[in-house]
Design a protein around this ligand. Structure first.
Ligand code: ADP
Ligand code: MG
Length: 244
């Protein structure tokens, strides 16, 4: 469903992502791992259409991401969970969850929903499925980090895209909450038949919850294997400090 054909991304003279070919099928759960600066965020941002490839073609079900974006179909195809920063912290929970509908609703309906939230029962359902007692009108900034991440997951549930992208979704959570969040995300993506692509550093979570692992280093894919094939040597090479 996702096809990278010789996709690369340069920032000026820096090749953040060297030309890569990558094919990801529906229902896969792909973990992106690699040292800081290896290109994980660049890859995720290319997929979400946030940035465009310098060269190559990036297709989802045969359509270019750029075109999906132009024709506003992208929100049905792709949802993104960022680190907790992209929730609007002074708004209440219900507004943040409803932001998952921005693509579908258009500007005026979304604006209207800020005044009088629409679709309340769906928001309650989404929050219940991520395990937050419906605190609909609480300011998002007063929730704990773990709860805010759950609100971000609920927002993607409301958006209901085919592919869920998450860039270091658990970077700011403690080990217990990290596992809880990944487990939740994985349970929901399995139950709702989604494809999941996430970058993360916690290898035990990669082994437990993902089906495929891609190692990135200096903009190259150094391995791309089923998680069962991931071994210590691959990990040591991926993260090794010597730049050979
Ligand atoms: P990761 O997410 O694996 O830490 P990134 O994809 O963020 O890596 O970055 C890959 C490389 O591209 C890094 O060297 C980073 O400094 C560089 N980079 C990322 N975004 C930009 C940008 N907007 N302008 C210039 N360089 C960038
Ligand atoms: Mg990153």
């Amino acid at each position: 469903m996702i096809d990278f054909y010789q996709v690369s991304k340069d920032y000026g003279s820096l090749a953040a992502l060297k030309p890569i070919d990558l094919h990801i099928d529906s229902g896969e759960r792909v973990a992106l791992i690699g040292p800081s600066g290896s290109g994980k965020t660049t890859l995720i941002n290319l997929l979400s259409g946030f940035i465009e490839p310098s060269f190559g073609n990036l297709l989802i079900d045969g359509n270019s991401v750029a075109n999906l974006k132009k024709t506003k179909q992208i929100s049905r195809v792709l949802g993104v969970i960022q680190q907790q920063f992209d929730l609007v912290s002074h708004l209440s929970v219900i507004h943040n969850v409803n932001a998952g509908r921005l693509g579908e609703w258009g500007f005026f309906k979304s604006l209207l929903s800020l005044i009088n939230p629409i679709g309340k029962s769906e928001v309650v359902d989404a929050l219940e499925s991520v395990g937050i007692e419906p605190k609909l009108y609480q300011r998002t900034s007063t929730l704990s980090g773990g709860e805010q991440q759950r609100v971000a997951v609920a927002r993607v549930l409301i958006q209901d895209p085919q592919i869920v992208l998450a860039d270091e979704p658990v970077a700011s959570l403690d080990p217990y909450r990290s596992e809880e969040l990944i487990k939740l995300l994985v349970d929901l993506t399995i139950k709702r038949d989604k494809t999941l692509i996430a970058s993360l550093h916690k290898l035990e979570l990669v082994r437990e919850y993902f089906t495929r692992v891609i190692g990135l280093r200096e903009g190259h894919v150094t391995f791309d294997v089923p998680v069962s094939k991931l071994n210590e040597k691959m990990i040591a090479q991926l993260y090794s400090l010597d730049a050979s």
